[in-house]
Design a protein around this ligand. Structure first.
Ligand SMILES: Nc1ncnc2c1ncn2[C@@H]1O[C@H](COP(=O)(O)OP(=O)(O)OP(=O)(O)O)[C@@H](O)[C@H]1O
Length: 331
């Protein structure tokens, strides 16, 4: 469905020296530097896959999504989306894809979302009957009934994002590029968006690439992740396998009936955090059983769970690792 081979996107940036004299001189003698936003990445995505595209700020994620959506021309490399070369922006391609950017809006500010939906119907040439069916479905699933008649500018951020997503899906794209779709939303609205995105993927077999700095989005939506850093691919594979590789230790979370001294926790594992009611221990995988049975027999444990390290920690460790030695962590 999506094939990317040795993609590079280098931006030419005008270098403006400091100082008035130098700035004036630069009007006539411009010097440029090259920003290697994407510097040779390759991957394949199958139809219906949900893939998280991760990396620290400035890694090249948005640039890649824009290339895939045909908004930017690659400097070199080959890109195909369902057989199309995105930069040609053929009608058939545009009808299949959608790029949703959490920080940009496509709803017309002074008009109710219902009118943007109608406009998109006309732009994408969606047959009336299909439009009505899609719209009814979106209105029900995203609970838009009360919202679509109000001017977009009167909607809250979360309400607007729901309508943005609906507007993006009027033509039922087969490929969705979601760039930070839950940015700035409260936790319950983030969960609503995630559930909806997943059900859209499952109902329509749509292929989905998502960037997000919220690891809950990634954990809920993306069995596979592609990690890039400074324009280079540093991991492509299962999310679980990534966690296993970067942080093979487990967390044993103890809820306590009464406070315990840190000295009685230390022999059971590395104490990550500890207060009057909770203690979190980090232990190697093969020591989990021993730690659990010792905790249950020696401590006033009310409840106990075994978890992976939080994804945020796994990611920051991976980014730090990549920075330290630009090696490969997997693929
Ligand atoms: N139009 C542009 N001109 C020059 N440089 C750019 C342009 N757009 C992006 N860049 C640079 O390219 C690099 C990659 O940017 P990009 O927006 O793709 O990163 P990102 O991974 O999406 O980051 P974030 O998580 O912060 O959104 C950055 O160094 C950025 O400053």
């Amino acid at each position: 469905m999506i094939s990317v081979r040795d993609l590079r996107k280098h931006y030419q940036v005008h270098k403006r020296p400091p100082g008035l004299k130098a700035a004036l001189r630069s009007v006539f003698h411009r010097t440029y530097t090259s920003v290697k936003a994407v510097d040779g990445i390759s991957f394949e995505i199958k139809p219906g896959e949900r893939v998280g595209f991760l990396g620290p700020n400035g890694a090249g994620k948005t640039t890649t999504l824009k290339v895939l959506a045909g908004l930017l021309h690659p400097s070199s490399g080959e890109v195909r989306v369902d057989g199309h070369v995105p930069r040609h922006r053929e009608d058939a391609f545009l009808k299949k894809i959608m790029l949703v950017m959490g920080q940009k809006q496509q709803l017309l500010w002074d008009l109710p979302p219902a009118e943007t939906f109608e406009l998109n119907r006309a732009i994408y040439d969606v047959p009336r009957a299909q439009y009505k069916q899609t719209l009814d479905e979106l209105v029900t699933l995203l609970e838009l009934e009360e919202l679509i008649g109000k001017p977009a500018r009167q909607l809250s951020l979360g309400e607007r994002m729901k309508c943005e997503l609906a507007a993006a899906l009027i033509h039922r794209p087969k490929v969705l590029f979601l760039d930070e779709p839950t940015i700035g939303l409260d936790v319950s609205m983030q969960a609503i968006m995630r559930t909806f995105i997943k059900s859209y993927n499952e109902r329509n077999g749509a292929t989905l690439i998502l960037t997000s700095h919220y690891m809950d989005d990634v954990a809920a939506l993306c069995p596979r992740v592609i990690v890039i850093d400074k324009g280079l691919l540093s991991y492509d594979g299962g999310l679980d396998a990534l966690v296993q590789r970067v942080r093979p230790e487990k967390r044993v979370v103890l809820r306590l009936n009464q406070p315990v001294d840190v000295n009685s926790l230390a022999p059971l594992g590395k104490v990550v955090s500890h207060d009057n009611v909770t203690a979190v221990l980090q232990v190697p995988q093969d020591a989990v059983n021993t730690t659990v049975s010792r905790a249950l027999s020696h401590l006033p444990v009310q409840d106990l769970t075994v978890e992976n390290a939080p994804l945020e920690e796994v990611m920051s460790e991976l980014f730090a690792e990549t920075k330290a030695h630009r090696g490969t962590v997997g693929t």
